[in-house]
Ligand binder design. Structure first.
Ligand SMILES: *Cc1c(COP(=O)(O)O)cnc(C)c1O
Length: 411
């Protein structure tokens, strides 16, 4: 998308606003499926939590994607977007048996990640095939908050517990139809990914009724110039070949599944904010925008880098700025960034704002969550209205203290 298209969107829809480029989502989807075209049965299940707008889900549905969900609400959102239950996999962590039962009754594929629930579910519903989430204990990412396959992680069933798992399967007579891992975001090295895959293959051999193997996600996308990106094409070539060989040995054509979030939507997103104040201090120049970590928390939560561009003054000279928000909290988006000279009123664009940005936003400081716009076929489509004051009050219950003479609790 061009600067002028983005500026028009900020003008037409107001600021702050999230903009998603449907073409970029489409090209990323095609890139992934092309990389694995050597595999007969490929299933891409988009991880809804990255960006859960229903229009984005519908777009992915038209591309042929299924979805990966982590809550019963995401399951219902997927159904509302028109996905069939068999296009949905439910991969929760630490949820109640009741929630898993509810999803299972809707007909979605269940993925269980602990032995306690596996035993309870298998005892109650031995006829419902389930997938199991394995923790291969591989440290795939850089940051331990987003690497979920290592030894201390709360995710998955340890490979060291496979004997116990097999006993549960045998005792309950349940069927394991899929085996899954998700080693967390930001895989830098495809050899690490392939190494974890070997552990998954080794485990898979011990289950006789598999229909699919799900390799999760964690593909890294570039956040700044010179960033390493997962080489999907190379991974596709190597893993496809290995997968096909595995299927030959296994004696059955299995489905290879992935569940990417970031890879599909991160780069498609841009977050537009307006500069309220340029504030010179003794040590830096702050550019304060009409947003904060209530709208985009990744820099403060994970130390993530989002490129920031002044689209109102693309030809200005570069200066150093610390870009911060307007909430009453330290909400730094970027420190000492080289940005084209900023004037109050300028629109700043935050890149890579498709994944884990809007979906992690909140009403902190009683601010409205931003609008969302999908750029599709050279047109801007509003896909979520900006909140209004009614949204702030919605669900709050007021007590009329004038009428309530006695203390509430004493009644
Ligand atoms: C979050 C999540 C994903 C998506 O991860 P990305 O890094 O966004 O690709 C995939 N699978 C599971 C189980 C997840 O929890």
């Amino acid at each position: 998308m061009t600067n002028s298209q983005l500026l028009h969107i900020a003008k037409d829809f107001g600021s702050p606003v999230y903009v998603y480029d449907a073409e970029k989502i489409t090209s990323q989807y095609n890139r992934l499926t092309n990389a694995f075209k050597g595999v007969k049965k490929l299933k891409v299940n988009y991880a809804v939590k990255a960006l859960s707008n229903i229009s984005v889900l519908k777009l992915l549905k038209t591309l042929g994607s299924g979805i990966d969900t982590v809550s019963i609400q995401e399951v219902n959102l997927g159904l509302a977007a028109g996905f069939k239950p068999e296009q949905i996999i439910f991969t929760p962590n630490g949820v109640s048996l009741a929630e898993i039962e509810e999803a299972s009754k809707l007909g979605v594929q269940i993925n269980i990640d602990n032995l306690s629930i596996l035993e309870q579910f298998g005892t109650k519903y031995p006829e419902t095939p389930v997938c199991i989430r394995i923790n291969p204990h591989v440290m795939a990412g850089g940051n331990s908050n987003i690497s979920v396959g290592h030894i201390d992680s709360k995710f998955g069933i340890s490979i060291h517990q496979i004997p116990h798992l097999l006993r549960i399967v045998e005792n309950t007579k349940m069927t394991i139809n899929g085996i899954h891992m998700h080693t967390g975001s930001d895989i830098l090295d495809i050899d690490v990914f392939l190494y974890a895959s070997e552990i998954l293959f080794e485990t898979a051999k011990q289950f006789k009724n598999l229909e699919f193997i799900d390799f999760g996600s964690g593909f890294k996308v570039p956040y700044k110039e010179g960033d390493i990106e997962t080489n999907i094409e190379e991974l596709g070539k190597k893993l496809s070949e290995r997968f096909n060989n595995f299927c030959k040995d296994y004696g059955k054509e299995l489905t290879l599944a992935f569940e990417p979030g970031k890879f599909l939507v991160s780069e498609a997103g841009t977050f537009l904010t307006q500069v309220n104040v340029v504030k010179q201090t003794t040590s830096t120049v702050f550019a304060q925008v009409d947003s904060g970590f209530n709208h985009l928390i990744r820099p403060m939560l994970y130390g993530s880098h989002h490129d920031i561009i002044n689209i109102s003054n693309p030809n200005g000279r570069e200066r150093f700025y610390t870009v911060v928000g307007y909430i009453c909290e330290t909400d730094t988006f970027g420190n000492n960034r080289r940005i084209k000279e900023i004037n109050e009123g300028d629109i700043l664009a935050f890149k890579n704002a498709g994944a884990y940005c809007f979906s992690m936003s909140s009403n902190y400081n009683s601010r409205y969550r931003p609008a969302e716009v999908l750029w599709h076929n050279k047109k801007a489509h509003l896909i979520r209205k900006r909140e209004t004051f009614d949204d702030i009050l919605k669900n709050q219950v007021e007590i009329d203290f004038e009428k309530t003479k006695a203390p509430i609790l004493a009644k």
